[in-house]
Every structure is written in C-alpha cells, then in structure tokens.
Design a protein around this ligand. Structure first.
Ligand SMILES: [Zn+2]
Length: 225
C-alpha cells in the first residue's frame, strides 16, 4: 500500500468511528428525553437536561480522543512510522477543554433550554404538544451530532496548529453525503499561515479535517467510500 492509500484507509476508519459516535450521541439524547411528558412539558422537560448534556459531552470527549489518535495514525501511515511513538510526541494543545460547550461558546445546558422555549412557542401557535416535542427532540439530536463532529474537526485543526514540524496543514475531506456547499469547500491544504481559518460546517455536517503531513504530497481528492 502506498503511503497515501494507507492514510486514506485511516481516514475512512476515522470517519466510520465518528459516524458511530454521532449516532450514539443521538441515541443518548432520545433516551434522556424519554422522561418528558407532552402533557406537562413545563414540569418534565428539564428532567431531560442532565442526560442530554452528558450524552453530548461524552460524544465530544470521544471525538476529541478519536481525533488525536487519528492524527497520530495518519502521520504514521504516511511516514511508515510507529503510531504510538508519534502519538506520544504530538503536542495535544487546546483540545481537552472542548467538551462541554456549544459552537457559540454557551454551556451545553443551553441546548435543552432552547428546545424548551422552542416547544412552548410551537404549542402557543397551536402545534399539538406531542408534535412540538418531536420537533424539539429532533433539533436536540441534530445539535448533539453536530457538536460531536465539531469537536473532531476542531481537534484535528488544533493539533495541526500545535505540531507544525510534523503537520503542514489540514484539508477538508467531504462526508459521503456531502452537499454542494461542502464539496465547494474542498480546496486543498490549508497551511500553517491559515490554520486559524474556520472549518465551515452546517448542522449535521459530517465532513472531517485530514492532516497534511509535512513532506508528503497527498494532493486533493474526494473520498467516495
Ligand atoms: Zn459537510
């Protein structure tokens, strides 16, 4: 296997792990919401808060660890090195405080509070409570999945920034279900001078950041598997 193919295999494995992680977050939220009674949203929706926050936080933490591990494995694959030695040598800066907050920097509890406001607003407009709750729950699941992916995207970029000697930059690899917007953002390597560039992601975006290993030209490509 060429270095680049070995790297791509790591990226595919990583992507599958992230998708499974996002699904786990959504299941955790659904389970936390099982205590909510449509007949008494005021009294019961907040009971879903601790479980929802825990599910998202855990998903973010798993995504951070999977992503740090992935960068080490990817660098090892492209340089025929030892992933454990490379992982031990990589500086893991600015990633361990990612879990616990949303993209806008608010505490995760805000996600549930917002769902409560949304549900009550819909009910006020005549939407049946059961249906309003279904929509609010779907919104929470969507935020949870997105937050798990965002933790992953942010981690790869943070490790890139912290390890300029091994990692020259990152490139966007679109998800299997990538929309035209995401595909249009696949432009090649974002180098160190630009590593503060935002990773544009819409709700439920499963695109990932792939390290560009210094000295290895992997080019730009689209993953289709
Ligand atoms: Zn995307």
């Amino acid at each position: 296997m060429s270095a680049t193919l070995a790297g791509h295999a790591e990226t595919l494995r990583y992507r599958q792990a992230l998708e499974a992680n996002a699904a786990l977050v959504a299941r955790g939220i659904v389970s936390a919401w099982s205590v909510v009674d449509p007949a008494d949203i005021d009294a019961t929706l907040l009971a879903a808060l601790p479980g929802t926050v825990a599910a998202v936080r855990l998903g973010q933490a798993r995504a951070v660890n999977a992503s740090a591990d992935y960068v080490a494995r990817f660098v090892a694959a492209e340089t025929a090195g030892d992933p454990y030695a490379i992982g031990a040598g990589l500086v893991r800066a600015g990633v361990d405080d990612l879990p616990g907050s949303t993209v806008s920097g608010k505490p995760l509890a805000y996600v549930v509070m917002w769902a409560r406001v949304m549900a009550k607003q819909m009910i006020g407009q005549g939407v049946p409570p059961k249906q309003a709750l279904r929509i609010a729950l779907a919104s929470n699941e969507s935020v949870g999945r997105s937050e798990a992916f965002r933790a992953a995207q942010t981690t790869v970029r943070a490790i890139t920034t912290a390890n300029p000697d091994q990692v020259a930059g990152w490139r966007r690899t679109p998800s299997r279900r990538a929309c035209a917007f995401c595909l249009s953002l696949v432009t090649g390597v974002v180098g160190h001078e630009e590593t503060t560039a935002a990773f544009h992601a819409h709700r439920n975006c499963g695109c990932t950041a792939e390290p560009a290993v210094r000295g290895v030209d992997s080019g730009t490509y689209l993953l289709s598997a």
